[in-house]
Design a protein around this ligand. Sequence first.
Ligand code: 4NP
Length: 160
Amino acid sequence: MTARIRVVFVCLGNICRSPLAEGAFRHHVERAGLSHAFEIDSAGTAGYHAGEPPDPRSVQEAHRQGVDISRQRSRKLVASDLDQFDYVLAMDRSNQRNIQTLAKGAVRAEIGLMLAEGRSSRTEVPDPYYGGDQGFSAVWKMVDVATAALLERIRTERGL
Ligand code: 4NP
């Protein structure tokens, strides 16, 4: 059996953006019939919310899109993740810098920005934590498109 491709989505708290990205990517992978080929996770660069479920506004937005993310639990990204995962997708540049700091030197993972996947005019997924529900819908739209593009890229790279 070939090793699964490991993908982790990373934001600050792992309760708003990266749980939606995890849910959207998992949904694309399931629809492509490729669940067996992937290990999919999300994490935060900070541990403030470790052990907690996603923000209720993220759970609600995902539910509206037919995706259940309610069983996810927040965790802090650790240095060893960067040698275990193949693809690490940061929601914004601050997250990406924090991940690079954690990496110190060379690591197995490719550390990229979520919105570098696809053709978004934006480069960062904005933090919706302090705003209203519409911020969560906007995040869903961005990560839904970007994770579809990510899956296509990985399929090409890996011959899936
Ligand atoms: P996230 O949003 O990084 O998208 O999960 C945040 C969640 C919590 C906090 C900040 C951002 N916080 O400061 O607790």
